[in-house]
Design a protein around this ligand. Sequence first.
Ligand SMILES: *[C@@H]1O[C@H](CO)[C@@H](O)[C@H](O)[C@H]1NC(C)=O
Ligand SMILES: *[C@@H]1O[C@H](CO)[C@@H](O)[C@H](O)[C@H]1NC(C)=O
Ligand SMILES: *[C@@H]1O[C@H](CO)[C@@H](O)[C@H](O)[C@H]1NC(C)=O
Ligand SMILES: *[C@@H]1O[C@H](CO)[C@@H](O)[C@H](O)[C@H]1NC(C)=O
Ligand SMILES: *[C@@H]1O[C@H](CO)[C@@H](O)[C@H](O)[C@H]1NC(C)=O
Length: 457
Amino acid sequence: MTRSHLCLLCLLLSLVNLAASQDDATIMQSLKSTLHLTPDVDWSNPDRCKWVVFQCDGSNRVTRIQLKQKGISGTLPPDLQKLSELIVLEFFSNKITGPVPDLSGLTRLQRLNLHDNLFDSTPKNLFSGMNSLQEAYLDNNPFASWEIPETVKEATSLKNLSLVNCNLVGSIPDFFSSHTLSSLVSLKLSRNNMQGGLPASIGASSLQQLYLNGQNLSGSISVLQNMTSLVEVDLQANAFSGPIPDLSGLQSLRLFNVRENQLTGLVPPSFTGLKSLTVVNLTNNCFQGPTPLFENSVAVDVIANTNSFCLDTPGTPCDPRVEALLSVAESFGYPVKLAKSWKGNDPCGGSWLGISCSVSNEVTVVDLERQELTGTISPSFAKLTSLETINLSNNQLTGSIPKELTSLPRLRTLDVSNNDIHGDVPKFSASVSVVTTGNVNIGPVSPTGWKSFRNRI
Ligand SMILES: *[C@@H]1O[C@H](CO)[C@@H](O)[C@H](O)[C@H]1NC(C)=O
Ligand SMILES: *[C@@H]1O[C@H](CO)[C@@H](O)[C@H](O)[C@H]1NC(C)=O
Ligand SMILES: *[C@@H]1O[C@H](CO)[C@@H](O)[C@H](O)[C@H]1NC(C)=O
Ligand SMILES: *[C@@H]1O[C@H](CO)[C@@H](O)[C@H](O)[C@H]1NC(C)=O
Ligand SMILES: *[C@@H]1O[C@H](CO)[C@@H](O)[C@H](O)[C@H]1NC(C)=O
């Protein structure tokens, strides 16, 4: 290449740059005309790089627009994405209306901050191609109801994503795992109208903050067990159910707010013993067993009577009958129906669903037929040595009949008909009537694992 060729190349390059920078000028002019600027925003200087809210790079390309908390109304121009050198775009706390325009050309953008405005929609290809984006805050905008689009997963550098109170519907997508968004540490989706459960994929994330409060989410929270980076989790005011999983791996957990859900079961020692905890909110659930006892340093919000604890004094063990019945309920996955009914420390008080007692307050009957029970039959039935009748018919129970039940000295009736129980029926004494009809897989299993011929016909 000759010297003159080189010069030509330089000239061409600087022309390209000049053209791009003039493009920027055009877009800034259109931005100036679509926004209704307030008097304190002075865009009168002919050199836009001197406008206080902008920053330009060495080639006069716009790199930052920070127009926040100015009371500005108006709309954003559709070609804003041509400001392709933008690194920071902030318009938060204004009154900007209209759509959030297509921003997919902003491949260098690291921070997008549009929260607290009056935007009415988001682009279908939200964050498409924006692989430098690290932080995005779109909270508190009256968007028409929308779902988190698949294109969000193209923002592979995303660390903080906040979409609070902005009319989200649909379910939590399955790309919030470190396989897809490996840098994501904070996800805030509070106060929307999302439904469905926590996807298993979120368990494989490095999230430190997870805020999902104030929605209509349901199902188990067992996936939290795998989220060992969590520092703050807020699930308040949803419809989550089932027990708190083993959280002993969450050694950095500080805030745990599950107020106003339908969580059940015992508050496990693996959770109460976490040294990192500072704030715990458990009010208005159906937690059972002893009222949990936390370290003094933990601010706990467990108002008496808003759960199904056996006694009000933290750490006091329950009556042995209650303990045995709770371990029976554990094998059914602590169903909400039982948790709402099995409250307090006296199963013989008359109000416990399916429980009858003798005059001497011993549990004689557990009658839980047709209660939509799932799970298995607990060997802990054997701890209720006064039992005469167990009726678990017409549920969806699996597993087999525990042999421990044969030790119950007063048992007369065991009815497990119409479930999905399998395996051999243990040998009960002749005085026990065992009803197993309606369990297609029940019966002896041959050494090869196949059921005997007799039971297959
Ligand atoms: C981003 O997420 C981190 C990690 O959870 C958090 O500490 C930080 O406060 C978040 N930043 C903002 C602006 O919310
Ligand atoms: C919550 O979701 C359930 C379905 O999961 C639906 O039947 C119910 O209407 C929803 N409630 C609200 C308040 O949106
Ligand atoms: C936790 O992660 C492991 C390994 O990926 C997985 O097999 C297991 O099902 C997860 N547990 C929960 C409760 O999601
Ligand atoms: C959670 O509990 C703490 C400690 O009692 C309390 O200060 C806080 O207000 C509670 N948070 C909510 C959202 O109820
Ligand atoms: C158990 O309950 C069923 C109803 O689900 C009832 O038909 C059956 O008679 C009961 N079994 C016994 C042994 O009483």
